[in-house]
Design a protein around this ligand. Structure first.
Ligand code: PBE
Length: 267
């Protein structure tokens, strides 16, 4: 295609995250849908993406990143989603809790809690913000659990304690899932008598782990769109406990100081 003013400013680069994520797939779809032929989607990680955003933002330089909500970056920086009139990024989604087959029998208390686990985007953001401010994920989760004892009691009331049984929680190192998985681990450990471990893996192995029974649970299935490929492939070998959060969003994100409002303007 021809020259594009915004494209020239950012070297026709969109800063992405880990290649297996649904967000990267949706961004490739957007590049196709909007005819952004001369653009490059840069692979990396959630951490590399936020580091690049932080550097650009501090220097008030132009940058386009792949982003999602809930995320602390919208609280720390003044950002905007680019309009997506072709809906390449899909609509608002739910995050589902997925466990391995047999967990209901093998760890009934954990299963009952995981089935009840449900919170609001503002809750997740509270944990994410405190981690981005430098608190360890463990301490941020523990503080959140202490502060929200009423909600935690709703999740755990009447559930008998286990006797130190181990549990494996699989997760990908996305900031949203670092927050949720740490809260789930904290509740299982301090309220329900389990010895939960967190296994940090890539998105594919996370699903394979639950489907094959090597991991017990995860709280990171963005549905119906973002995790669709993995869900379709493994849904018959896992147990879907339904939504733990509603109201997510994905898209291309820029600092508010940039003079662009829609993905269409990148063409
Ligand atoms: N995310 C966060 C993930 C799901 C959770 C939006 C980066 C993705 O698969 O894209």
């Amino acid at each position: 295609g021809g020259e594009n003013e915004i494209g020239k400013l950012v070297d026709y680069r969109i800063i992405g995250i880990d290649p297996g994520s649904g967000l990267m797939k949706a961004t490739s779809q957007a590049i196709q849908d909007y005819g952004l032929n001369n653009w490059t989607l840069v692979e990396g990680s959630g951490t590399a993406m936020t580091a690049a955003l932080d550097r650009a933002y501090k220097n008030q330089e132009p940058i386009i990143v792949t982003g999602w909500t809930p995320h602390w970056m919208f609280i720390k920086y003044d950002l905007k989603y680019l309009d997506d009139p072709k809906q390449s990024f899909g609509g608002s989604e739910e995050i589902h809790t997925i466990v391995r087959q047999g967990l209901k029998t093998d760890a009934p208390s954990a299963y009952r809690f995981l089935d009840r686990f449900h919170w609001q985007p503002s809750d997740m953001e509270e944990v994410m913000n405190s981690i981005s401010d430098g608190v360890t994920p463990e301490d941020a989760a523990a503080a959140w659990v202490k502060k929200h004892s009423d909600l935690v009691a709703e999740w755990t009331d009447g559930i008998p304690k286990a006797n130190g049984q181990t549990l494996k929680l699989a997760y990908v190192a996305w900031d949203s899932e670092i927050a949720s998985t740490n809260v789930v681990r904290e509740v299982l450990a301090t309220k329900l008598g389990y010895k939960p471990e967190m296994l940090q893996v890539e998105i594919g192995p996370m699903w394979v782990g639950i489907a094959g029974g090597d991991a017990d649970a995860m709280v990171a299935a963005w549905l119906p769109t973002t995790s669709k490929d993995y869900y379709d492939k493994y849904k018959d070998r896992v147990v879907d406990l339904g939504s733990n959060l509603e109201g997510t969003k994905l898209g291309l994100v820029v600092p508010s100081y940039m003079n662009v409002d829609s993905i269409e303007q990148l063409r």
